[in-house]
Design a binder for this molecule. Structure first.
Ligand SMILES: *Cc1c(COP(=O)(O)O)cnc(C)c1O
Length: 399
């Protein structure tokens, strides 16, 4: 530790070394068990070592790992058919990550206008606090200075307006605008939930101006909010949607979904990926859907979400000096801290519970969708002990 590392030093890692996982638990090299409500940042949607995912991966590993997109890949056709049957979309392009799913979404929106004879329409409006990934285009889309600094000129064609500011949005739309891109719930930004009314207004504006509406459901998708996708709760649908994280359950997998109309410009040769839709990823993605689409699964997510919601609300009542606000939907929960959120995160970790930092002094709880009510209550008890500890420290300091 603290010696020269052969790794790029791009991450501020916690000094924890995990050896294996079992469901909602991560087990460190020294045997310590942690309740994992970080879930690899909403990736381990079915927890660790889920038997159905393990057997799907093993079975595929013994057949063929990789084919490339020179050939037909039956797993892609199966997963795409299931994803289009379950959503607004007609077409799917598979990627290996969230940022690549966004890249495909951005290219699809621009290419749509190109195909319609309006190549000047390539600007995409995004929202302050957004996070869409770390490629050169997606840092431009996210618009956050801390991710853009030092990487040369910001990629052109991204205009940003404040979150939920309809007047600013209307003012930003012009003849160059191609699309509006939004996370229905900002994840990295601090679990900021876009209101249903705002999202409906975006749909109406896109229809009025002939724009593509793009939802980034990389974090909110695949049951995280208690619906298969967050847009289902809004009464509207986007034209294009980026998906990743939970769909792979831990295997690198993303997807860009679009309506037939929106995908009109994405003809042969316009886009590609060597690994995208690789048989191993398809086997796991299909296995994740086997579980998430099972009768009653999303109902389970909503039931457990309620246990969390009520539990955190009562902790907020008891520890108003520690917890300021509870945010989010389903199992995408944010605790806005009254103390520095890093202190709360550390106190929670000391109770062997893992969570994820976010913007606006929020910590995120993103437990596996398979978390039981009993495991949720165990997590709440640990947060309670952390809050007690922080409160007593505070009282000592002021005594
Ligand atoms: C994580 C995330 C991304 C980027 O995904 P990567 O797989 O890290 O490239 C994009 N958008 C949202 C909303 C995310 O949460």
């Amino acid at each position: 530790m603290a010696e020269v590392t052969p790794l790029f030093e791009t991450y501020a890692r916690a000094p924890l070394r995990f050896e294996r996982g079992e469901g909602v638990w991560l087990i460190a090299e020294d045997g310590t068990r942690y309740l994992d409500f970080a879930a690899g940042v909403a990736v381990n949607s079915l927890g660790h070592a889920h038997p159905h995912l393990v057997s799907a991966l093993k079975e595929q590993a013994e057949k063929v790992w990789h084919l490339s997109n020179l050939y037909e890949v039956p797993g892609q056709e199966k997963l795409a058919a299931r994803m289009t049957a379950a959503t607004f979309a007609d077409k799917v392009f598979f990627t290996n990550s969230g940022a690549e799913a966004l890249e495909c979404a951005i290219k699809t929106a621009r290419r749509y206008h190109f195909a319609k004879g309006q190549p000047e329409k390539f600007h995409i409006i995004t929202f302050e606090g957004a996070f869409h990934g770390r490629t050169l285009a997606t840092i431009a889309a996210g618009g956050q200075a801390k991710y853009l600094e030092g990487f040369g000129p910001k990629a052109p064609g991204f205009d940003q307006v404040p979150f939920e500011d309809l007047a600013a949005l209307k003012a930003a739309i012009n003849e160059d605008t191609a699309a509006i891109l939004i996370e229905p719930i900002q994840g990295e930004g601090g679990i900021r939930v876009a209101s249903k009314e705002f999202l409906q207004a975006l749909r109406a504006l896109c229809d009025e101006h002939g724009l593509m509406l793009i939802f980034d459901e990389v974090q909110t998708g695949i049951g995280r909010t208690g619906k298969l996708f967050a847009y289902e709760a809004t009464g509207i649908a986007p034209d294009i949607m980026a998906v990743a994280k939970g769909i792979g359950g831990g295997f690198p997998l993303g997807a860009c979904l679009a309506t037939q109309e929106a995908a009109v410009g994405m003809v042969a040769g316009t886009h590609g990926s060597t690994y995208g839709g690789n048989p191993l990823a398809m086997a796991v993605g299909n296995a994740v859907l086997d579980v998430v689409l099972e009768d009653g699964f999303l109902e389970h997510v909503r039931d457990v979400a309620l246990v969390f919601r009520q539990g955190i609300a009562s902790l907020q009542d008891r520890f108003p000096d520690v917890i300021e606000e509870v945010r989010g939907e389903g199992l995408m929960l944010g605790i806005k801290a009254k103390v520095p959120s890093a202190d709360l995160l550390k106190a929670i970790r000391a109770q062997k519970l893992l969570a994820v930092p976010a913007g606006e002094n929020v910590i995120r709880l993103l437990p596996p969708l398979t978390t039981t009510a009993a495991e949720a209550r165990e997590g709440l008890a640990r947060i309670e002990r952390a809050a007690e500890q922080l409160t007593s420290v505070k009282h000592k300091a002021s005594a």
